[in-house]
Design a protein around this ligand. Sequence first.
Ligand code: ADP
Ligand code: MG
Length: 219
Amino acid sequence: MKLVADKVGYKYYRKNKKVLFELKETVLKPEEGKLTEIVGHSGSGKSTLLNICAGLLTPDTGHLLVGDKDLYSLSDEERSRFRNAHIGIIPQGQSVLKHLTVTENILLPISMYREDTPTNLLNELIENLGLKKLENEKAGGLSGGEMRRVAIARALIGKPEIILADEPTGDLDADNRKLVLTALKNIAGEGKTVLMVTHDREAEEYADKILKMDGGILI
Ligand SMILES: Nc1ncnc2c1ncn2[C@@H]1O[C@H](COP(=O)(O)OP(=O)(O)O)[C@@H](O)[C@H]1O
Ligand SMILES: [Mg+2]
């Protein structure tokens, strides 16, 4: 499924209407079957752009096209359902729910709108991401790398065609960085559209395409 950000722009304002930060009008067309990375310093606007692509932040200008849908022309309810069906999001930082088990965390997106548990896919993800021994553990006891792998499984359980990852290797050790980047590369290899933003320069060797964000401008 195609994701096209067509001249999306966004401004954060201070209370006195002064502009704090501006994401300049951006065109972005990550390809299907490729791992596209946006690199840039902290504060350059990477998360802002990714959140617009995720359907989580309504841009001031432009359109976000996913397949044949203009995401921000949908109602909130329609957009949530559409996102749940087609877009998997790996958020910045630790996003797992600590009082739930690994399996319960992974199944969260499914439990929102769908009733049947995809047992085969669940087991496959748990296996591939090295979570087998932890599947019934509470997520609160996991290491940072394990939590990130749970977040990846959670992003994939709904079989989304588009995966968006915000600093997925941030705060991970070398082994886990490699594991996470390999997983994202493999997902792209399955034909999905994978877009990640990062300031981890080592992640660049896994990318099929690298774009640079600087001061709210994508180069
Ligand atoms: N909710 C917000 N309100 C005001 N300013 C924000 C908000 N979110 C982010 N910013 C500012 O916008 C700029 C870009 O942020 P962000 O997109 O998170 O950058 P990055 O992900 O590259 O670190 C930063 O200067 C940040 O402080
Ligand atoms: Mg960020």
